[in-house]
Design a protein around this ligand. Structure first.
Ligand code: P6P
Length: 283
């Protein structure tokens, strides 16, 4: 697993350079979920594939930017599912973005994820690695080396809310719950980049990130294999919860298709239990 994490560090430095020096324009292609690909999306995807193909331990690659899985080493143990540049559409306004890697042993589904690595490209490069059930480790790249920062740990209750999705399409119960948090003094923290928005809640010790099902997107927007399940591992490992709109653990999801999405909620126990009550599902 450390070889994979070391390769992600190499990838992070290459993509950070790409972001700072690359072309921010759009390509003339769309990915499997219909997002028009930025040249940065395509270039980041290419870098990741080039680096990960070197690892004999990887059986299959599945990228958010590619329609189909890519078998690479028949004797490999892991399936790597990744979002090469999550939130790429906010690079042009110079906000932080990230890369997300879910490492699965065998078939890619919630119960088989064994580790997550994600990187944040912001004022500095950071990387978080988490093995299932073990405290997530946070590092930053400074002066040519990766230096440790305090591990990630969620308090039972936080102060931040990241409310995704188009509000006019929220369900009444979802809107009532989000309003209740703001009524209780929670602070709005939402950039439109899942990786930095979730990272903020993890680093600040708690709160709620919500991307619900909406009338325009009943199955939500965020992808199970590349985004949702990897962060569910991190949030549970940090002492929080990660569920869908039925109150089911996101780590129990079994995607029917590699690009399946799901409503998803990540956060501290208090906020997630409150959401379960608001949705009428068992806490
Ligand atoms: P909205 C970025 O496009 C992304 O996939 C996630 O990184 C982010 O959380 C979400 O979409 C933002 O979606 O609908 O709030 O713009």
């Amino acid at each position: 697993m450390e070889t994979i994490f070391e390769t992600v560090r190499t990838i992070a430095l290459r993509i950070d350079t790409l972001i700072k020096e690359g072309d921010l324009g759009y390509s003339n292609h769309a990915n499997a979920t219909g997002d028009t690909q930025l040249k940065l999306d395509v270039a980041s995807d290419r870098i990741i594939e080039e680096e990960l193909r070197k690892l004999e331990s990887i059986h299959t690659l599945i990228s958010e930017e590619k329609d189909d899985p890519m078998p690479i080493h028949a004797g490999g143990e892991y399936t790597l599912c990744y979002d090469p540049l999550d939130g790429s559409s906010i690079v042009d306004v110079n906000l932080s973005v990230g890369s997300i890697f879910g490492i699965y042993r065998g078939e890619p589904r919630g119960e088989n994820i064994v580790a997550t690595a994600y990187t944040i490209y912001g004022p500095r490069i950071e990387m978080v690695t988490a093995l299932r059930g073990e405290t997530p480790h946070r590092t930053r790249y400074v002066g040519g080396t990766w230096q440790p920062l305090p591990d990630l740990s969620l308090n039972p209750q936080g102060k931040l809310v990241a409310p995704g999705g188009t509000q006019q399409y929220w369900s009444p119960e979802h809107k009532a719950y989000i309003d209740s948090l703001f009524g209780a003094g929670y602070r709005l923290r939402y950039s439109g980049g899942m990786a930095p928005d979730l990272h903020q809640i993890l680093v600040k010790g708690g709160g709620l990130f919500a991307y619900p099902g909406t009338t325009d997107k009943p199955e939500g927007k965020l992808r199970q294999l590349f985004e949702v399940i990897p962060y569910a591992l991190v949030f549970e490992a940090a002492g929080g919860q990660a569920i869908n709109n039925r109150g089911e653990r996101l780590l129990d999801l079994i995607p029917r298709h590699p690009h399946d999405t799901t409503p998803c909620f990540f956060g501290s126990t208090t906020e997630i239990d409150g959401l379960k009550s608001a949705y009428g599902v068992a806490p």
